[in-house]
Design a protein around this ligand. Structure first.
Ligand code: 5AD
Ligand code: SF4
Length: 440
């Protein structure tokens, strides 16, 4: 019997990876992909708890699913996974008793048992353990879906930034063994994958028996057929000398790094428990660009952290001007239950947060546009991973994650080709195949 599974993913790339792995776990039970919840026998919401807005979406989506389930009356299974499930599992079952399964990010290898139990018992199943056995030891092989793949290498966080729920929802830092990672990478490459993004909440905190992430990246670079390597998300304090050096030495490592700074104010960085100051970050950015001059940085920012003054915010703007970022994510501070910052005095009023966010985003947007315009005339390797909007067009990603479209024959799908950028559009770059012998 074939059954249909619909997974809706919220939040970060780790959730995208986890969603794919949940589908892998359920495939042996006969579940194939559905396009919409309406067509599915089982729906999984893979949720995000990072900000209040993200969490709220779950309950409104559950309201919609409840109507669907009631209307259909054929035993549709509804599961809530991810970080909201981990943090608010009991609350979900209280507010939405029609939910069949609630599972945290560390237990989805047990999904087959949970499905069996939910079908049998009729009641709800709640599993938000942090099991001693790592889920990775119990997952089937990852199936590739296109030429670019995520590979989870590290999970959890021991940093305890005072605003962040991750240490509570994802648990303590855990590094997968190097051999298992290299195996998964080889299997992905055998399926046609040419680009792998290593994932972890603190990916550069990854460590194996013989070294840190630098050692792992060198190992991956040795895999024939793997052409591009990325890693995300990194903490500034875990950018060690060896990792900086890898950016100079390993060609396959893309010259693009997501290195969140959050704030440019020393006072706020300290209150955030970021463990580095403004100057540490500036020097780190300099060192990275010194070893890899074409490296571009991306970052996350929070405005309106408790106690943030106009002067603190001005420090953030000044840092942005000094470093120069090509792609960024910026957020209004959102108080999360149970985190130290939620209980801090001097919470910043909403209108102030809004004004600061607008000012910051205007500056960041201008930097992104300047960078995009400077790409015109440059020739870069682009991984063509999707058909474009128009017939005969392909869409790809530059080393800097810019979407690039080009008129290309479909046989180039899944390949890295050298393109020369010809124009900047609002959400993409236009390019043409590079002339023979043009420089990189
Ligand atoms: N409020 C706003 N933004 C947050 N982030 C994490 N926690 C919060 C919060 N409580 C942001 C950080 C982090 C990104 C993934 O989300 O910038 O790097
Ligand atoms: Fe959250 Fe800080 Fe850990 Fe990142 S490093 S996951 S922001 S606690």
């Amino acid at each position: 019997m074939t059954r249909k599974l619909f997974v809706k993913t919220y939040g970060c790339q780790m959730n995208v990876y986890d969603s794919a792995r949940m589908a892998d776990v359920l495939a042996p039970l006969g579940y194939g992909p559905a396009e919409r919840a309406e067509d599915a026998d089982m729906v999984i919401l893979n949720t995000c708890h990072i900000r209040e807005k993200a969490s709220e979406k779950v309950f409104s989506e559950l309201g919609r699913l409840k109507r669907l389930k009631t209307a259909r009356d054929d035993g549709m299974i509804i599961a809530v996974a991810g970080c909201v499930a981990q943090a608010e599992g009991e609350e979900i079952l209280r507010r939405a008793p029609f939910v069949d399964i609630v599972l945290g990010p560390q237990t989805y290898h047990r999904l087959p048992e949970m499905v069996a139990q939910a079908s049998r018992a009729g009641g709800s199943v709640l599993d938000t353990d942090f099991p001693a056995e790592p889920k990775f030891d119990h997952l089937p092989d990852a199936r590739a879906d296109g030429p670019a793949a995520f590979l989870s290498v590290q999970e959890g966080c021991d940093k305890f930034c005072t605003f962040c729920v991750v240490p509570y929802t994802r648990g303590a830092e855990y590094s997968r063994p190097r051999a298992a990672i290299l195996d998964e990478a080889r299997r992905l490459v055998d399926q046609g994958v040419v680009e792998i993004t290593l994932l972890g909440q603190n990916v550069n905190g990854w460590h194996g028996d013989q070294g840190g992430l630098a050692h792992l990246i060198r190992g991956l670079a040795g895999i024939d057929g793997l052409e591009r390597i990325r890693y995300t998300t990194s903490h500034p304090m875990d950018m060690d000398e060896a990792l900086i050096a890898v950016h100079a030495e390993v060609d396959k490592l893309m010259p693009f790094l997501h290195l969140p700074v959050q704030s440019g104010s020393d006072r706020i960085l300290a209150a955030m428990n970021r463990r580095h100051d403004r100057d540490d970050y500036l020097r780190l950015a300099e060192r990275l660009k010194a070893v890899r001059p074409d490296l571009a940085l991306s970052s996350d920012f929070i405005v309106g952290f408790p106690g943030e003054t106009d002067a603190d915010f001005a420090d953030t703007l000044a840092l942005v001007r000094e470093v120069g970022f090509v792609q960024t994510y910026s957020f209004k501070y959102s108080a999360r239950p149970g985190t130290p910052a939620a209980a801090m005095p001097d919470q910043v009023p909403e209108p102030v947060k809004e004004a600061r966010l607008a000012a910051l985003q205007a500056l960041l947007q201008a930097q992104t546009e300047t960078f995009n315009r400077a790409c015109v005339g440059r020739t870069m390797p682009v991984l063509l991973d999707r058909p474009g909007r128009h017939a005969g067009q392909m869409l790809g990603r530059s080393p800097y994650m810019q979407p690039v479209h080009v008129d290309a024959a479909a046989h180039l799908a899944g390949k890295v080709v050298r393109l020369t950028v010809t124009a900047v559009h609002p959400n993409s770059l236009a390019a043409v195949p590079a002339a023979e012998g043009s420089p990189r």
